[in-house]
Structure formats: structure tokens, C-alpha cells
Write a protein that binds this ligand. Sequence first.
Ligand code: SF4
Ligand code: SF4
Ligand code: SF4
Length: 301
Amino acid sequence: MKDMTDQVKEIATKLLESGQVDVFMAWEKGDAPHQSKPFFARNVADVEKIIFDEYCIHNLSTYLTRFRDGKEKIAIVVKGCDSRGVVRMLEDHQMKRDRLHIIGINCPGMKDPLEAMKQHSGFERETGEKGLAIKCLQCMQPNPVIYDESLGEIQEPHFKGERFTEVKALEAMSSEERYQFFSEVLSTCIRCYACRQVCVACNCRTCIFDEAKPQWVGRETSVGDNFMYHIVRAFHMAGRCIECGECERVCPVNIPLMLINRKLIKDVDHYFGPYDAGMAYVEGGKPPLSLYKIDDPDDFI
Ligand code: SF4
Ligand code: SF4
Ligand code: SF4
């Protein structure tokens, strides 16, 4: 992907040199060969560090929260998933469109640096090359949905199967079976909050899980407190999750968070759709569940 790196660097140099932007968000190489990490270039000298390779998997849009209170003009490089995250930030009024210059890259799919790290460490090292990350094999939108300029060939969706197969299997369970299933998978959650930290939709300034007075949700890693954490997290994601798969990718104990997210995606689409979060940005548009109407047909409201 050297060619792509060169093209990104060229755009970064142009934008920073001309003063069109104050910050250029992209990636730089980490310490390990399979590690690439978010990088914010602030001047032309920084541009040298910018790269785009098969490990640029992090959703850069999450980092826009760091700039939400400022006035800087920001250039951001986005893949399909990051671009849906940018839409999330715009719809949530966390960022203004006129502060952004968006460089879209039609994404061929990325490898997971966490998987590569596991593969290259420990006693049972594997030497073979790993393929695309799971989230990329399940990706339906590799091409950016919002951009000012775009790079690379348009890509076909990487996912070819039936999107909700696992959700339907979950729905087919009895409520006792479902309770048993979730008791087992959620009992291993260590409440590290990596899934929250990496999520572009988790952009509240004060998170309910951090509040101490009152403490809304217990902090034990008991099944009860874990259920509460995951129920609250899931409801906050309803109609807002842009399906980037980052939460599940970073979970150290492999909790199937995308199963929960996709159940909500399916239900929001069914009851309020057709709708997929972050697929298009309409200035002033109101996505489902973001609007209250006095004549809402649901009586519980
Ligand atoms: S989820 Fe899609 S857009 Fe995002 S890195 Fe993977 S293939 Fe690219
Ligand atoms: S990343 Fe995994 S272990 Fe950590 S809080 Fe989230 S679900 Fe629990
Ligand atoms: S809940 Fe997971 S998949 Fe959805 S936006 Fe957040 S990190 Fe991405």
C-alpha cells in the first residue's frame, strides 16, 4: 500500500502547508511490524511519519471527540467504517461538518494487529499469514459514505453471507435458553471498558458507568452487574451503532458484542426503518429514536 501512503502524504502536505487544516488525522507505524496506530500530524515535518498499511484498522472517527470543543480545522482519513463514525459524530452534534476535510479510502480490508500479536507471541507461535480481520470479513460498507476527496478503487462489500443468521438463532431460543446463554457469555466480562473506549457512539461527556454519586450501575464483575452494564450499553447503542466491529475486536475475553449490536440493528430497522446508522449524512436530519413526538403511537412513552 505504499502508493496509498504516498497519496495520503501528498494530500496532508498540501493541506497543512496551505493552512487549510490545523491537524491531519491518519496513522503511523507502531513499535511492532504489525502495529499501526492513530497519528495526528500538525505540521509538514510530521507528514513523514504518516502511513497507510494493512494494519490501519482503528476507527479514527472515535478520536474526533478529542477535538470537539476546539475550533481547529481537521483533516481525517477514513475507511468505510470510519466514515460511518464521522456521520455518527455529526448527527450527535459532536463535530461540525465545516471543520472537517474528509479523505476517503475505499478499503480493501484490514488485518487485526491484536490477532497478529497473539500469533507472534507465546509458546505456540504460528508463522503463517493471517487473513482479514473478522470485522472486515463481515463488512458491508468498505467504501466511505462521506468524503471531500477519495482514493483507491471502489470495493465490493467483503461480506457475502446472511447478515442476521446468528441473531435469528438467538431469537429462536426460549427465554430460559437465552438467559442461560447470556449468563455464560457475560460472566467472563472483566469490565475493562475497552469496548466503550473504542466506540465512536460512546461519546457522552460523563459516562453513566463512571458516575459515583449516584452510582447507577454496580462495578462488580458479578453476573448481575455485568448484565446491567451490557443492557445499558446495548440500549445506548440502539439506532446508533455504526457496525464498525471495534468493540468486539478489542474485547480481551471475546464476548460476542456484535451479536448484541446486530440484534438491535435488526430491530431498529424492522420497527423504525428501513434504517442503517451512519450510512448517509443529511444536515439537520433526525435518525430514528432521536426524536420525541407528542402523538407517538407507543403508549408507554
Ligand atoms: S470494517 Fe470495512 S471499512 Fe472498516 S477496516 Fe474493515 S473492510 Fe475496511
Ligand atoms: S471489552 Fe469485553 S471484557 Fe471489557 S468491558 Fe467490554 S465486554 Fe467486558
Ligand atoms: S457498538 Fe461496537 S460496532 Fe457499534 S459503533 Fe460502537 S464500537 Fe462500533
